[in-house]
Design a binder for this molecule. Structure first.
Ligand code: ADP
Length: 236
């Protein structure tokens, strides 16, 4: 995305953001609560209409203000947001295969079961969402988002409701699956430690702007601004 601005009424929320994610790369959009991360993700997904700037996916122009707007379902993006929003009336397996309608049933089933296994959810295929913990639901939501092998994965605080004990393992498993699928991934988090662990590159945001983009090492070792130093201050 280039030169993206976004306002809700009189509130300027995104103030000129340039951001690229390459295939197979995980970029963490990191910053304090309210700085505009989720809004940027929603713009990339097509859930917010672009007001200013441009958004391109897969080499093609996807949105320009008052012009082209490719809707979310045509963007080949996988979405997993904080609220996993699984379909309550479908089993875990049916939730994961939901977006795979064009494939033969056996193939759909195998792909979904493999993903569930990779995310530590083997054995839950016939369970319904209300029988799962928040963390388990989040893992199913990740599997559902990954199942169609999207070119772009958009993840908003995907590990927020996991307990600390599970979090490291699921982060690890998710990273493994993302790299295997080769999706470009934009992951929103307010947790510097999570960004350090997951990211190939971090884009650190403050108040609607990206302050610095670079590898975790670059941000940690060569911060360009006192804000970057203060943000990483608590990571050891
Ligand atoms: P973050 O993800 O970094 O916490 P958000 O993108 O969710 O930040 O929100 C940025 C700002 O925009 C916040 O001040 C939030 O209250 C405001 N905001 C987000 N969505 C809306 C909306 N639909 N209407 C009005 N204000 C919004």
């Amino acid at each position: 995305m280039q030169e993206v601005y976004h306002a809700f009424g009189k509130l300027d929320v995104v103030k000129g953001v340039d951001l690229d994610v390459a295939p197979g790369e995980v970029v963490c959009l990191l910053g304090p609560s309210g700085c505009g991360k989720t809004t940027l993700l929603r713009i990339a997904a097509g859930l917010e209409v672009l007001q200013q700037g441009r958004v391109s996916l897969n080499g093609g122009e996807t949105a320009v203000p008052r012009g082209r707007h490719v809707p979310p379902e045509k963007r080949n993006v996988g979405l997993a947001f904080q609220d996993s929003a699984l379909f309550p009336h479908l089993s875990v397996l049916e939730n994961v295969t939901f977006g795979l309608k064009s494939e033969p049933p056996l193939q759909r089933r195998q792909r979904a079961l493999a993903l569930l296994e990779q995310l530590g959810m083997a054995g839950y295929a016939d369970t319904y969402p209300h029988m799962l913990s928040g963390g388990q639901q989040q893992r199913v939501a990740l599997a559902r988002a990954l199942a169609p092998e999207p070119r772009l994965m958009l993840l908003d605080e995907p590990f927020s409701s996991l307990d600390a004990r599970l979090r490291d393992r699921i982060r690890d498993d998710t990273l493994h699956v993302l790299k295997k699928v080769g999706a470009a991934t934009l992951l929103v988090t307010h947790d510097p430690e999570e960004a350090m662990f997951m990211a190939d590159r971090i884009a650190l945001m403050r108040d609607g702007c990206i302050v610095q983009t670079g590898t975790p090492r670059e941000l940690y070792c060569t911060p360009c601004d006192p804000f970057v130093v203060s943000f990483f201050g608590e990571v050891n």
